[in-house]
Design a protein around this ligand. Structure first.
Ligand code: PLP
Ligand code: SF4
Length: 437
């Protein structure tokens, strides 16, 4: 392994013995994670003064600091205030600002939690928080108020509550392990957890969301891969936000995962002054696909406390999607989503491509601005569907368990359902009607 100068220098300052042989040991990296302003200053040579220094102390009292030596080594100390790694890892005093629209739990993950650790929001899948800690605390973390608040790894007993919930909830076919970072758990614990979850008959796939390939790539050890391989199909999503994060070390970690046979996805967060630029995003998605990672989601920054300086208008995300769709490979573009405050889930957003309709034509535009028409078929016979699939002559071969009732907009589109509208609770107009009767 060739180490760069920044890594040499940081390792020397940490150990004071000119020995960098531990650099790739993930436990060494964790043990020496930078958790205070003073440590940061010592290792980077950067110094903060006066009011800013006082406010930074307040900031880190409120939201803990943790940076792995590896991720720290990516910071350009000469121009740190504009550095995307610095902004994500160290942040700044802006985090003390709270605006009235910000919430500690903007996605109502706690409210939608049937048991400790589980958020059950969608019909067929759950989010399972299996750790409360991360090797690097992202300054833009949605779960900022919680993650790292109390540094703890849940015990088997605590995790068992979540596992029991999944076991007795047959609709759950997809379990998303998240946190914190699930790879903060010791190997044996990961092995145990995956064996428990994968032994549940109705669980078809497991996913793991981790930022380790980005902030502590040495965590992806051969031993870990050996464990994970036992639990296919296992999908792994990581969190690269900037092309700068794709380094020799992170590429090696990602290659191990891809060679292990795990489909890899990436979830980026759109962050002001970090990646809110179509060229940066295009460069990022190209590097991701070169490393066998499929861009999955681009998230609009949530309304979490202390994130206002990271938020961009939604228009910025649409502009970025405009510059990706058509301009580059379809599999290189993520879906841009807004996680609805209050727990409504992820809402995809895109530029508009449909310009107009008539009964026989649709007018569309492409990425170049060319306006085109699509002729609708003359002879399409709509099939009346009453959802009585056994009597239907389409050979659907529907397996068991796929008989969930239609909900939401899907229900409005169904022939066999006479719902005409979806009406918000406490609609005043209907209230008045009730009073007339
Ligand atoms: C994001 C999320 C999921 C997974 O959503 P997908 O769109 O299937 O990736 C599941 N549960 C919760 C609470 C989530 O926030
Ligand atoms: S890795 Fe994820 S959970 Fe951990 S601090 Fe970053 S965004 Fe939050």
């Amino acid at each position: 392994m060739i180490f760069n100068e920044a890594q040499q220098e940081i390792a020397n300052k940490i150990q004071e013995d000119n020995n960098i042989s531990n650099w790739e040991d993930w436990k060494w990296q964790l043990k020496h994670a930078i958790k205070s302003l003073e440590q940061f200053e010592k290792l980077t040579g950067i110094r903060f003064e006066g009011q800013e220094r006082d406010d930074l102390h307040k900031t880190f009292d409120k939201f803990p600091l943790s940076i792995t030596p590896y991720y720290l080594s990516l910071i350009n100390t000469k121009n740190f205030r504009y550095d995307p790694v610095f902004k994500q890892a160290f942040g700044g005093v802006e985090e003390l600002i709270t605006t009235s629209s910000e919430l500690a739990d903007p996605l109502s993950e706690d409210t939608d939690s049937p048991v400790e650790g589980i958020t059950h929001r969608y019909p067929d899948r759950v989010l399972f928080h299996v750790s409360n800690i991360c090797s690097m605390y992202c300054r833009h973390c949605t779960r900022k108020r919680k993650v790292g608040d109390v540094d703890y790894v849940p015990s088997k007993d605590q995790l068992s509550k979540g596992i029991d919930y999944i076991r007795k909830t047959p609709q759950v076919r997809d379990v998303l392990l998240s946190g914190g970072d699930p790879f903060m758990l010791p190997d044996q614990m990961i092995d145990w957890l995956l064996s428990e979850v994968s032994s549940i008959p109705h669980v078809e796939v497991i996913r793991i969301g981790t930022r380790m390939p980005v902030v502590l790539p040495y965590r992806i050890t051969d031993d870990l891969i050996t464990i994970l391989k036992k639990y296919q199909p296992l999908w792994i999503n990581t969190h690269f936000n900037h092309p700068k994060e794709i380094t020799t070390s992170s590429k090696a970690a990602v290659a191990k995962l891809a060679d292990g046979g795990f489909p890899l996805g990436n979830q980026s967060v759109l962050l002001a002054d970090v990646n809110d630029c179509p060229r940066i995003m295009k460069s990022l998605v190209h590097k991701l696909v070169q490393n066998r990672i499929r861009p999955y989601y681009l998230y609009q920054c949530d309304l979490s406390e202390g994130l206002s300086h990271f938020r961009t208008p939604i228009g910025k995300g649409i502009e970025i999607m405009e510059s990706l769709i058509g301009h580059t490979s379809g599999f290189a573009r993520p879906t841009y989503v807004i996680d609805a405050p209050g727990g409504g889930g992820k809402i995809p957003v895109m530029p508009n491509y449909i310009i107009s309709w008539s009964t026989n034509k649709v007018v569309l535009r492409n990425y170049e601005g060319v306006i085109t028409t699509y002729q609708e078929p003359d002879s399409y016979e709509p099939r009346m569907c009453d959802r009585d699939c056994d009597k239907c002559n389409m050979e659907l071969e529907l397996g068991e368990g796929d008989e969930s009732d239609a909900i939401g907009i899907e229900k409005l589109l169904l022939d066999a359902n006479d719902t005409i509208s979806l009406i918000p609770e406490n609609n005043e107009r209907l209230h008045r009607r009730d009073q007339h009767e």
